[in-house]
Design a binder for this molecule. Structure first.
Ligand SMILES: [Zn+2]
Length: 292
């Protein structure tokens, strides 16, 4: 009798498991994708569309140069099929990628930067030979098109049954990005003053691809010495710049000091926004206003 009861319970719980498996969370049947930063998640979402459940490692407002994933995030990597990494030397990835793979050795990795030429970090508009590379490559639309192709390839490899659909989504996104590139170029055409001042040097690729010049205050993550601050302030004044752009991920206090010194203000542009295309439009409008 005990045995029958036990078997009955086993059967019921098995049934529950089965039902749960079919009708359970909306994510069932979807390919689980984890992206290290939100702009990369955008590409996975656009190309994977309804077949992927995408999550982001570095949450909005957090700084990818110093972020530490939560234990829950790390544990959830066990269920992921694909990880989309920036691959450009972002500190968080350098520190954690190996751990992620040891937790889930079957995890496939898409390297977003593949096929993209990284630029050296620039100071005062000049490249220094011994410097490391600027990791913020996703902010040029041309690079966005390469990322899209990398993500499509990785999704097709992880889920070959849907490769035709992924290819179609890629084609649609590429067409949009081509239009976006032209749209931004059109908006910037004819501007004589093409310099803008940013606190964190995230907009180098964007500037390069649109023939603008980013003047950056900070050298990746370091606080400025008073002398460096003074030099930036002088440079801004010489270029009649009155707006300093800050990223929401970084402390604004030094930026505010600079804004005060140049008799201007600070404004926010986000290098890590999840709405990739609209964010580039917003940033362009913000830069244009200050370059007039
Ligand atoms: Zn950065």
């Amino acid at each position: 009798m005990v045995k029958i009861v036990r078997e009955f319970f086993f059967f019921v719980s098995f049934l529950a498991l089965l039902l749960n498996g079919c009708a359970g969370p909306a994510e069932t049947g979807k390919l689980r994708v984890v992206a290290s930063i939100a702009p990369l998640a955008y590409f996975a979402e656009r190309i994977g569309a309804s077949h992927v459940a995408v999550s982001v490692m570095v949450p909005p407002g957090a700084n990818p140069h110093s972020y530490e994933p939560s234990p829950r995030q790390v544990a959830r990597l066990g269920e992921a099929a694909l990880f989309v990494k920036a691959g450009s030397g972002i500190e968080f990835e350098l520190a954690w990628m190996e751990r992620f793979l040891s937790i889930n050795p079957a995890l496939k990795v898409c390297n977003g930067v593949e096929g993209i030429r990284l630029l050296p970090v620039k100071h005062d508009g000049f490249a220094h030979q011994d410097e490391r590379f600027d990791p913020h490559y996703w902010l040029s639309v041309a690079n966005g098109m390469v990322i899209a192709r990398n993500v499509e390839r990785a999704l097709a490899a992880a889920d070959p049954a849907r490769r035709v659909e992924y290819a179609a989504n890629l084609a649609k996104l590429q067409a949009e990005l081509q239009l976006l590139d032209r749209e931004i170029q059109g908006k910037l055409a004819g501007l004589k003053n093409r310099r803008f001042l940013v606190f964190h040097p995230a907009w180098g690729y964007y500037a390069d691809s649109f023939r603008l010049q980013q003047i950056a205050v900070e050298e990746e993550g370091k606080t400025l010495t008073p002398r460096q601050m003074q030099r930036v302030i002088e440079q801004a004044k010489a270029n009649r710049i009155s707006v300093i752009f800050i990223s929401p991920q970084f402390s604004a206090s030094q930026a505010q000091t600079i804004a005060r010194e140049i008799g201007g203000k600070s404004r926010s542009v986000d290098p890590l926004a999840s709405d990739y295309q609209d964010n580039l439009r917003r940033a362009t409008s913000a830069f244009i206003e200050t370059m007039r």
